[in-house]
Design a protein around this ligand. Structure first.
Ligand SMILES: [Zn+2]
Length: 683
């Protein structure tokens, strides 16, 4: 193994190792995984390096800015304020800065004391607090480290408004008051508050005030939380945010208005009543499809549910999770295999949203204690969609999960799945063979169905009788007879397969080989002149062969019937807009060299607006292809053990999943982290 230590490397990368094939849900709220945070911090530091020099210089700049601007402008502003001149969030007209993350002053933790001292001096100088107030606060702070100076001052009775004005000025940001009298009618934006989540706003003391073009104006009490801004941008899905510094008391008062908005409650009740009626119409309509856009007019709940679905489609999500928790309703999307929290509608909407979805899926809205499943057919932005929906009661209500079945996404060609040219050619030969078994293997969610459908689509349907037995039928394929399996009524894979064989088939696609009986019939079919495509649930290609032997098929029959096995995984594709080539750590460099990759050739994920700051967009397959030729057939007939067989296959030139992954790393398609996440080290 040499010096290089895989465990250490994995933990450095924040990868749990190959024992966890499913990526962890990325909780985008509150405490983020360290991996994410540290990357963003590193990113931040780099931006300083590139744009503004190290943080120290930045502070010095700010000092200069503070001194130059403050003395001249502060007095005028204070004066104006005394005249009662201040309008609702008065802003400098020339203050058009984008408040991009890098343009805000962010003290790092070590420097916070120094910057607080500077701020304290400015507060006294500007007359926002007295020296006595400062001395008192500092006493408290010296005994309870961790408190912030501002909070302490305000706790002790200092006036918040002049303090926030000084803070705003120091950061070069406008200060303003929230117009509480106007409240929901123009004082701030309730819809945006709901999209951020009331709890979120309360916790971080922020309130969206209004939209200005493509930007959202956010009232915030702090200038130094860069993660918060990223999070807000992510939640609101806007490109730009403009900050206005406000007082914490204004924020609390505004959020109080939202929480206690009584008309809201009445509205919800009205909606619930309405939903009961509206759905009957939908169900009885001759068209089974619900046009989301046409429907969108009436109620906020209907509109909101449509919004959840439309947004998921727009983001390219594969699944929508709607999950009531104790205090909030979480809506999460699975995008490229990873869950993201997308929005937090008010918890009191939970039942109404679930009811609306049940109505759309033709489920029983009164049944809340038993799980249910159904289908929603709808049209979103002109695209026909199938949502496979299921509900499950949990401690706080019912969790709803919808899988988005989109014919467009399954309509991919084999050429677009990430095969290298040689593998693709071999695979195409195998699926065009006149007889034999061709297997695709991998865990759930590794894209097996997509590969099989893309393969079937390449066959000549006019000359071949192609049939499938599936559980369930995910998509309708033109020119192909698809049969749904019904285990409950005795229509298992084995029985369906027997029936198919009496239908003069050429090519049979069998959803999965799960048991000895199915395997036996599949082998017989393959040996009697049919091509059988199927899947198995094994980790790698050689293990599929030993699995068939282990469930009771004679080794020589396995060798004779199987033409080839393709093991596959999906990894996230690096975002083409922000991927970077970075100097790797010494250990990483050593690892890359061991994998045969020049260390400076590896690409890493960065994160930008186009990829929701993840650094990834879309997915690509990793493939391990085992071709059963005469020599391998002889080995199989001797019933080898898994490890030995795998070693022999690799010696004979089989490219392992990890090796294929590493090749894709060097091509800049994905990152080392992604490959390590889904593959195991191999001999
Ligand atoms: Zn990107």
């Amino acid at each position: 193994m040499g010096k290089y230590n895989i465990d250490k490397l994995l933990s450095e990368l924040g990868v749990d190792g190959p024992s966890t094939p499913e990526p962890p849900a990325q909780e985008m709220q509150g405490a983020r995984p360290d991996r994410w945070r540290s990357r963003t911090q590193a990113d931040q530091a780099r931006r300083y390096d590139e744009q503004q020099g190290p943080p120290d210089e930045q502070e010095i700049d700010l000092d200069a800015q503070m001194q130059a601007q403050m003395q001249a402008e502060m007095q005028a502003e204070m004066h104006a304020q005394m005249q009662g001149d201040i309008q609702v969030y008065q802003e400098d007209p020339d203050d058009a800065q984008d408040t991009g993350v890098a343009s805000i002053y962010i003290p790092d933790e070590g420097a916070s004391t120094a910057s607080e001292q500077r701020l304290a001096a400015e507060l006294v100088k500007a007359g926002a607090i007295t020296q006595a107030q400062l001395t008192n606060a500092q006493k408290v702070l010296s005994k309870t480290p961790g408190l912030s100076l501002i909070e302490t001052l305000i706790d002790q009775g200092a006036d918040e408004t002049p303090i926030q004005q000084v803070i705003a000025r120091a950061a070069g940001l406008p200060f303003g008051r929230i117009d509480l009298e106007k409240g929901l009618d123009g004082g701030f934006d309730e819809n945006l508050v709901q999209r951020l989540g009331v709890e979120f706003c309360k916790h971080h003391l922020v309130v969206p005030l209004r939209t200005e073009g493509s930007r959202v104006v956010i009232g915030a009490t702090r200038t130094d939380d860069v993660f918060l801004l990223d999070e807000i941008r992510h939640r609101l899905r806007v490109a730009g945010i403009k900050l206005v510094i406000v007082t914490a008391s204004d924020v609390r008062a505004a959020l109080e208005i939202v929480s206690h908005d009584e008309t809201d409650n009445e509205q919800i009740n009205a909606i619930l009543a309405e939903v009961d009626e509206g759905d009957v119409e939908i169900e009885k309509s001759s068209e089974d499809e619900v046009d989301l856009e046409r429907e969108a007019a009436e109620s906020p709940i209907i509109r909101y549910v449509n919004y959840i679905i439309q947004h998921a489609v727009k983001e390219g999500a594969s699944d929508i999770h709607i999950e009531p928790a104790e205090k909030k309703l979480k809506v999460r999307y699975r995008i490229d295999g990873v869950l993201f929290e997308a929005m937090n509608p008010p918890i009191k909407w939970a039942a109404a949203i679930t009811s609306r979805l049940k109505i759309m899926a033709n489920l029983d809205i009164s049944e809340r204690r038993l799980p249910q499943d159904g289908r929603i057919r709808c049209v979103v932005q002109g695209r026909k969609l199938d949502l496979r929906m299921s509900t499950l009661p949990n401690a706080h209500g019912e969790k709803t999960v919808m899988r988005i079945l989109d014919t467009r996404s399954i309509n991919v060609q084999l050429e677009d799945l990430g095969f290298d040219a040689a593998t693709l050619e071999i695979w195409q030969n195998q699926i065009k063979a006149p007889h034999g078994i061709v297997l695709v293997t991998g865990p759930t969610g590794s894209g097996k169905t997509t590969t099989l459908y893309a393969s079937l689509r390449q066959l000549d349907k006019s000359k071949l009788n192609i049939s499938t037995v599936e559980d369930p039928i995910e998509y309708h394929l033109d020119g192909i007879t698809q049969t749904q399996m019904h285990e409950k009524i005795g229509m298992g894979f084995a029985r369906a397969l027997k029936a198919l064989l009496r239908q003069d088939p050429d090519v049979i696609m069998l959803g999965e080989i799960r048991d000895t009986e199915t395997a036996t019939i599949a082998i017989q079919a393959a040996l009697t002149g049919h091509l059988v495509l199927s899947t198995l649930h094994t980790n790698d290609a050689p293990a599929s062969i030993t699995r068939l032997i282990n469930i009771g098929i004679e080794p020589f029959l396995v060798g004779a019937a199987v033409n080839g096995v393709l093991a596959q995984r999906l990894v996230r594709r690096l975002c083409q807009h922000c991927k970077k080539q970075q100097k790797p750590t010494e250990e990483m460099a050593e690892f890359l060299e061991m994998q045969g990759i020049a260390p400076d050739k590896a690409w890493t994920a960065e994160g930008c607006d186009r990829c929701r700051s993840t650094g990834y967009s879309g997915r690509v397959g990793l493939y391990e292809q085992l071709t059963i030729d005469d020599q391998v057939r002889d080995i199989v007939a001797r019933n080898p053990n898994v490890a030995e067989f795998r070693r022999l296959c690799i010696e004979r030139g089989m490219v392992s999943l990890r090796a294929d992954g590493m090749r894709k790393v060097s091509e800049g398609l994905t990152s080392v982290q992604e490959v390590l996440r889904v593959t195991e080290a191999t001999v």
